[in-house]
Design a protein around this ligand. Structure first.
Ligand code: ZN
Length: 131
């Protein structure tokens, strides 16, 4: 039973959750817990949260060097099941997007704004990661 997740086209693949964010899980077996986003998969609208949504994979022995057994693997969680924890007020919040010219070139960049305190969310990672 393997269901394929539909991929979004690149220009629509934007998440409110970024790699390096701290998020609160609001659904599933790990609900109520918080963790850091290890990888983001914008085209799948999913993220991997460090140490959460662990699935046990049962591997068959495949000859010498691969004895098989059970490995634990963090599975991606749909972004609708997590909330970003604001870096300013520390609350799980919804995100507003704000387009403002920033930096020396005054290029319009999107900032994420906390809906609770109204301050911009700090980006913890400049690299996008994932695929
Ligand atoms: Zn806030």
């Amino acid at each position: 039973m393997k269901k394929k997740t539909p991929m979004k086209p690149h220009h629509l693949a934007k998440l409110h959750v970024h790699k390096g964010d701290t998020v609160k899980i609001i659904a599933g077996k790990d609900r109520g817990q918080t963790g850091r986003v290890e990888r983001a998969f914008p085209r799948l609208e999913r993220v991997i949260v460090e140490g959460h949504n662990i699935a046990k994979r049962h591997l068959k022995p495949r000859g010498p060097g691969q004895p098989g057994g059970i490995i634990e693997k963090a599975m991606p969680i749909h972004v609708s099941n997590v909330m970003v924890i604001c870096t300013e007020c520390g609350e799980p919040t919804r995100i507003a997007h704000d387009r403002v010219p920033q930096g020396a070139d005054q290029k319009v960049r999107v900032r994420r704004i906390c809906k609770k305190c109204g301050k911009p969310i700090q980006e913890r990672s400049r690299t996008t990661g994932g695929e």
